[in-house]
Design a protein. Sequence first.
Length: 723
Amino acid sequence: MKRRLKISAQMKEEGMNGYAEKILRINLTGRKITTIPTRDYKKWVGGHGMGSAIFFDLVKDKTIDGFDPANVVTLMTSPLSGTLVPAGAGRTEVQGIGVQSYPIGWFTRSNFGGRFSPMLKYAGWDGIVIEGKADKPVWIDIRNDNVKIRDCSSLSLWGTDTWECQKRIWKYVAGSGTYGDWIQPEGQEGGKTTQRPAVLAIGPAGENLSRMACLIHDAGNGSGQSGFGAVWGSKNLKAISVIGTGSIHVHSPKALLEARLWQKKNFAFDLDDPETGRAPCVFEHAPVQSPMWKGPPKSKSAQKGEYFARPIEGQRPQACVGCHAGCRARFESGLGNEAHCLATLFYVDAKSLEIQRKATDLLNKYGLNAVEMTYSVLYLRDLYELGILGPGNTIDCPLDFTDYGSFEFVEQFVKMVAYRNDGLGKKNEFGDGMAEGIVRTAKKWGRLKEDLRTGLLPLPHWGIPVHYDPRVELEWGYGSILGDRDINEHDFNTLFWDAAQAEFIGTEPKTTAEETVKIYTDKMVPFEGDPLMLDYSDENMYSEHIAKLVSWHRWYTRFWKQSALFCDWRWPDFLNLCAPGKIGSTGEAEPKFFNAVTGKDFTFRDGIELGRKIWTLDHSIWILQGRHRDVVHFADYVYSEPIVSVYGVLKHFMPGKKDGKWDYFDYSARHIDKNKFEEFKTRFYTLQGWETTTGYPTRTTLEWLGLGYVADELEQYGKLGKG
Ligand code: SF4
């Protein structure tokens, strides 16, 4: 006990609250293992901020391709990882140059949940930096301070799917005992644990450099977008395993526990009345209310009940470490466990729910991104129905579309993309092309321009599939095209879902548009009190108010979600039906949890400002990669075509103001005006402090943000904005 107290006092002196104080640096070329002191990057707090800063320092030539061995991939935790912060303790941020986006792989990010980042902290690490390329397939074995780069050959890991790979590593590291057995890994002076190692792995898709390849941890935690699975494959890195027996020093366990109880008492759903909320992404939502569903309803009248009732079979909640929400499910059938959202929607035309769940499992086992795989199979289906693809047609394809909807069909499709063959084991040009991703495949077929013009290929930004439509969900679309990927941040997405679902089932939204807009925008410091930030009307969609909305969203997510690592599925908590006055906890909650762990006196606004700095650093990296205002354009169809629909039936409602009155309006019929979007870009760049003609950040802005060294590098390449 005495020794523990001594360590605790020492930690406090050194400001270790929430930190392990060292980052693991692994250069696979030459198999060098070193450390980076966390203090060198602590001003960035953690997660994305630290990852971007490390990337900037270590990658001298930012124009390299994602497959270049000099590409650096970071896996970062936050001070909150592994603590009791609700929906804020289990995420890991992944960064590096990706290989999915088009025309080039931008410096980009992804993120996954589970228990990897907590375990990394318990092992004594704040993050992992991966450089170089191994001479043969390897995996990294982390047991507290004891880190080894091991050949895959002894466990025959290369060639396994992600689940089999993890099982082999678990057995190797933890032995073949049962759960609950104590394990004593090396290091930490004889510490023990009943946990199994947390393993992050690639499947065959990553090994074969499919640009849709992702990283998988446990059954269904996926670092989905950006193609990091392929980047790992190019580095000959199959998996990272980590097991730790240490702990994390929390500044005030009492304050942390009180904050958690405060959140639960005032903002969480009521288990006796779990139907109160039913809106996603906030604390009003009961666990496991959104298991895998049967796909989008085929018709409004036929499946209305089924669509929203979402029949729930025997299941139990599954959660990331520290999270009370348990938004994923484990099913009695054992199929589709831990998958969520679009991963569960893949293969929407499956002939049965069982086939759909098995298809989801295939994605996780072979290590493929659900979003792009979903849109890829739909694109092929459309081309087949148009008579363009299939036997004897312009595009020859080994898939048998007369069997579309069966398990055999989807298994062949998944294997085709994962192995670059015909999906049955034979070399095949079509499969090889599909592994390059949907946008590059369409280009190879000579269809890209036309299919982006009509929208047959719904890739609005950077060759990445649509998620929520930029013509309606402005903050989503604008944020994506001004960034590096489909943002996949649901902060304002509840605005759409609440109104669209209400209209679909013939009820009223749970709050009026005016009330909702006020609750949201009152929290959006430093722009608080401007309700027009959420006026999605045609008249307002290119305005300075929307520029503020997009800015706030970029800054909030860059810090609070991607650096402090609050989970996108539960934060921010804007409007909360369980809370007094329906006012959620965001603004108050984030710093409350953060300060309880770190002992800092950090405000919500401090986080937004740091988010701005991180966003500007990312933007500077994109500029060094070749970004210029002139290349920031949506796909052509976004400027000319109206929207079809969401999931076949839902209308595109968002709040808007008309004739002085707020309401929810259906904006399906519109498209983005290209010239007016150019005016919007100018407003947005002005707000960021970037040169408006190029989009290059200025020295004044960079120095004001404490990024003078970034200005120097931009200047060196003639990419510093004037002003
Ligand atoms: S809300 Fe879901 S994804 Fe997010 S931390 Fe909780 S269990 Fe994990």
